[in-house]
Design a protein around this ligand. Sequence first.
Ligand code: PLP
Length: 372
Amino acid sequence: MPPIPLIDLKAQQTALQPALGAAIQNILTTTRFIGGPEVETFEKDFANFCGVEEMVSCANGTDALELLLDAWEIGPDDEVIVPAMSWISTSEVVATRGAKPVFVDIDAASYCLDVNLAEAAVTSRTKAIIVVHLYGQPAEMDALIALCKAKNLLLLEDCAQAHGAKYRGRTVGSMGDGAAFSFFPSKSLGAYGDAGACTALNIHHRTSVRALKNHGMPGRRHHHKYHGRNSRMDALQAAVLNVKLPHLTEWIVAKNRHADRYRELLADLEPTHLVLPRMSAETYHGYHLFVIRTPRRDALAEHLREREIATTVHYPTALPLHACYADLGHRAEDFPVAVDLSRTALSLPMFAELTIAQIERVCAAIHEFFAA
Ligand SMILES: *Cc1c(COP(=O)(O)O)cnc(C)c1O
């Protein structure tokens, strides 16, 4: 039997090949490699998809977060609250701005920032909260919005894993003061290289971000108002994203269907053996990843690997415990939920083209493991 990958980028590319080939060839023919109509079209269409006024494209998701922090002039002496479990970008961008990342443990059900702990972590120096919709599961936005309003904090959404996910009917990226997206190839909407985008509720900040990502030029060429940088999305990536974006909704629907199938087939396993991702009536999961938890994580991963079923761990280390944060002196006991997730989480194959037969094979192998 052929191996089952974690994410099958080839299946998606094969299905879209004629349109992708034409879109890429068009860029080669016009030689408009930076900016141009493809980038403008993508910004417009992705803004519509997210239900926001305007999207600002940029070079990658990490830059998108940095640009937002820069637009609000977050820097030395400022503290930014971030979850203890995410991809490194979420806290890295705070440190690269010279500000202090203040890590807060995650909620045991949603795996997103624990709002009560976030509230307790606010100090007079706190300027912002970056919330991550981890794995595609939206965070408790209403409580976070209320907290940020009460304490006068900026709320930024890291949507890199959650394109198209919804919280009480609202699409992620449309609820915070600003939001960042990544189009890294394996994300729910992936380019064929690095790409990202961000948005801000307030036009003033959107205008700043647009200037900052293009050498601090708000308008006229050669007039540099701010200390900016080069963080542009190139036209080839925009052309690829334009081919893919019309399919994103159906891909997320398919992934939700696959998640339902996984749940049905794994429902009989005791929670002491295996915990499924949370189901919540308030959220529509984007299923960038389908992450189960089991105390026998490494043995199960090995069992599946022997049967040519790919899995991986998102993420094996809680953010505050990385070497780059050693000076903050954090201990594992300070972040029990994130640390437990780092020891028990396992991402199963999840992509739109996954077949029922493949899901059945994964689940049969999991049952075989726990029966032994
Ligand atoms: C992927 C990711 C990013 C960064 O995106 P890049 O485009 O790789 O820079 C940021 N935050 C989270 C949660 C991510 O998963």
